[in-house]
Every structure is written in C-alpha cells, then in structure tokens.
Design a protein around this ligand. Structure first.
Ligand code: AMP
Length: 283
C-alpha cells in the first residue's frame, strides 16, 4: 500500500492508472478503523482495480469542539488493517492540504430539507462540513465508485445529493454497504472505543430499540413504541436525542407506520459523553 499526503501526488499517481483503464473505488474515513470500515474496503476491492482509502478527521464537520478533540486516533493500527484488507492507496492529508485557503474559502453546498432534520437539526453545520470535505476528496480522487456505510444513513442521502449538486451523479456510482455490528447488535463505530467497560453492556440498547420498532410495526402505533424506546434508553443510562421514523427514499419524517412505504427507523442517543447513532430499514 502506498501512502500519499498531497492531492497533487495522489493525482500524479492515479492519472496513468486511470488512463490504462483502472477502475477506482474510494472509501473516505476518519480513521480509528474497525471491521465496518474494512468491510467497505473489501467490497470496493471486489469491484475495482484500485482501492483508495482516505483518513482525515475533518474539523469543519464537528459542531462540538470537545467531540473533535476526543475523536480517537490510531494511525499505525489503521495502516496495518488497511494493508490486511487489501487497500492500495492511503490518502492521509493535513488540514492545510484540504483547506489551503481556510474553511471559509472552501465551497459549501445547500442540502435543504436534509440539513434541517435529525443529524442536521442536532448538529448544526455538520453536513456543511461533510459537504466541503467530501467535495474536495472527490475532486482529488475522481473515483468510479464511492463506498459509504448505511450506518450513517442521512449522510448517505446528503452525499447522494452532493453528487447531484456537483453534477457528477453519472460519473461516480454510490455504493451503500450494510452496517457491521458487534455480537450484541451494537453498530461498530470509532466512538465505541470511548465507552467505558461499565456502560458498554448497555450500548446495544439502541439496536434493541430499532428491532422492537421493526417488530411492532403491524401491532402498535409508532408513538407508543417511540415512548417505550425513550423510557428504555433512559433506564439504561442514555440521554436520547431522537427516535424517529422516516421514508427510506427521502427521509420525510413519519408520524406513524405506513404499510407499503419503504421506511427507516433512526436513533441518536448519548451514553455518558459518547454520542451514538444507528438505524434500521424496516422489512
Ligand atoms: P467514519 O470513519 O466514521 O467517517 O466512517 C467512514 C465510513 O465508514 C462511512 O461511510 C461510514 O458510514 C462507514 N461505517 C462506519 N461504521 C460502519 C459500520 N459499522 N458498518 C459499515 N460501515 C460503517
């Protein structure tokens, strides 16, 4: 695996390979890698000639400075995992490389409704930062396929819209990969490392709530199930931010279950100072 830190070096490395017909699969990450990330690398590897992974903890997408400062980092272990997973290129830029004129002089995108609900409402400015960094990364890599995790469902929809706003939706195929989970159902996340051994057993409650939202869809009203979930989360020590139901294709929020409508349940909750999110598409 080759490690490159400059956009110019990355483009210089990729251009001849593209000219020779290589297909590029791209996996953007913030590092502190786990098997959720490597599953994306493996899926990209299976469908492309070259897999490029980026590790960049993007300061502009953290609405909470403490969350940014505490974001886990494990670059040596990450490099080992990427080699093991078959990654070809690691792009490891600095903040100065990604924001040469500073964030204020880097283009932003308007995601409209998507930026007003759920993560957009709870984390003001978050998707603006995501849009900035992903646009810069896509311009640098210009992949054929972009691999994202369903774990960040709303982010997938925002980036789908970003591709349209950048006019590159026909050039880059978005591939959304299933959420990898721990044995008890907890969605793998870099932030899980910050859960203490005392609270870790409670963390899977979010997934249990999602499963209960799914299993009660034909027998209860959503508001009843939502209240049960909030109570359960609180009992287990969480501070719930939202327990929501939305149309899977455009994230229109739903007040109740609607049969024959593709639906996603989404939860965000804090356990101590660790904020966790998860979602489940209802069958
Ligand atoms: P992050 O490093 O958290 O920015 O995540 C980088 C990419 O990995 C994003 O597309 C995430 O949605 C994806 N990802 C994170 N956790 C998981 C998981 N448990 N399963 C599958 N993909 C994931």
């Amino acid at each position: 695996m080759i490690i490159l830190k400059k956009i110019a070096d990355l483009q210089h490395y990729l251009a001849p390979q593209k000219a020779a017909g290589a297909r590029l699969g791209f996996v953007p990450t913030m590092g502190a890698l786990h098997s959720g990330h490597t599953s994306l690398i493996q899926q990209a590897k299976a469908a492309n000639t070259l897999v490029i992974c980026s590790i960049f903890v993007n300061p502009t997408q953290f609405n909470d400075i403490k969350d940014f400062e505490k974001y886990p980092s494990s670059i040596d272990a990450d490099i080992e995992m990427l080699i093991e997973a078959g990654c070809d290129v690691l792009f490891l830029p600095s903040v100065a490389e990604m924001y040469p004129g500073g964030p204020a002089n880097t283009p932003t995108f308007n995601f409209g409704y998507l930026d007003t609900i759920l993560e957009g409402a709870q984390r003001p400015g978050h998707f603006k930062g995501v849009g900035q960094v992903v646009a810069t990364l896509l311009n640098a890599v210009q992949p054929h396929q972009l691999y994202l995790g369903q774990k960040d469902y709303q982010q997938c929809m925002v980036i789908k819209q970003l591709l349209r706003l950048m006019g590159i939706q026909d050039k880059i195929e978005l591939v959304i990969c299933p959420t990898r989970r721990e044995a008890d159902g907890l969605a793998m996340s870099s932030r899980n490392r910050r859960l203490s051994e005392f609270v870790r057993p409670q963390a899977a409650t979010i997934y249990q709530c999602l499963v209960s939202i799914e299993s009660k869809q034909h027998t209860s009203h959503f508001e009843t199930v939502r209240k049960e979930c909030i109570e359960l989360l609180k009992d287990k020590g969480f501070d719930p931010e939202y327990v929501s139901l939305a149309k899977a294709d455009d994230l229109t929020l739903m007040g109740d279950y609607q049969p024959n409508t593709p639906t996603v349940a989404l939860i965000a909750a804090k356990l101590g100072d660790v904020r966790l999110i998860d979602n489940l598409i209802l069958n």
